[in-house]
Write a protein that binds this ligand. Sequence first.
Ligand code: ATP
Length: 202
Amino acid sequence: AAFTVGLTGGIGSGKTTVANMFAARGAAVIDTDQIAHQLTKPGGIAIPAIAAQFGQDYIASTGALDRARMRETVFADPAAKQRLEAILHPLIRSECEREALAAQGPYTMLVVPLLVESGDWKKRVARVLVVDCPEEQQIVRVMDRNGLSEAQVRAIMANQATRQQRLAAADDVILNDGDAAALEPQVERLHTLYSALAQAIS
Ligand code: ATP
């Protein structure tokens, strides 16, 4: 489908939860986090370049990227972060385009955690959908899910766009401040809108 919606939101805002609801309605969902994971699993195509750039110490005995070690390194060293991104981003982008070409469904939805922060991804999508959530709730969800401290979650959030920046970039917003059931009517309304917009350009 040529019509592409970019879905984004802060860490733990509910992007995956919401994307699954669009997928259940037939949208072709492409998740850039999942692609990054595939690229860095045992035998993943990013592994040789990462080993060459960072050293074999960053590859676990399974052959996968040692995520914990890499996370520590890039958190402390912006230049290392850039080097990792220079390896991963072109691979993520090309895999994304490959999946988009093969995608069935009325429209395509790209899930991109840092879409608002990245000019390239913003240009790639026709519309930006933000999953919005109060920061306090984001913190509780990520502490629960990842077993992190409040300070650790806040440190991650400090490296992402603020809630206000994200909302300013949004064409559409899904508010995820309640239970999952409260998401359904919001997803339904936007699925209808995106199907109609896709139809109009086809
Ligand atoms: P990340 O950026 O960390 O990958 P995400 O934005 O994809 O996160 P999810 O994985 O969908 O967010 O949600 C984060 C956590 O919060 C999950 O454990 C999820 O089950 C839970 N969660 C999300 N939305 C709700 C909700 N409305 N009610 C209860 N739990 C929720």
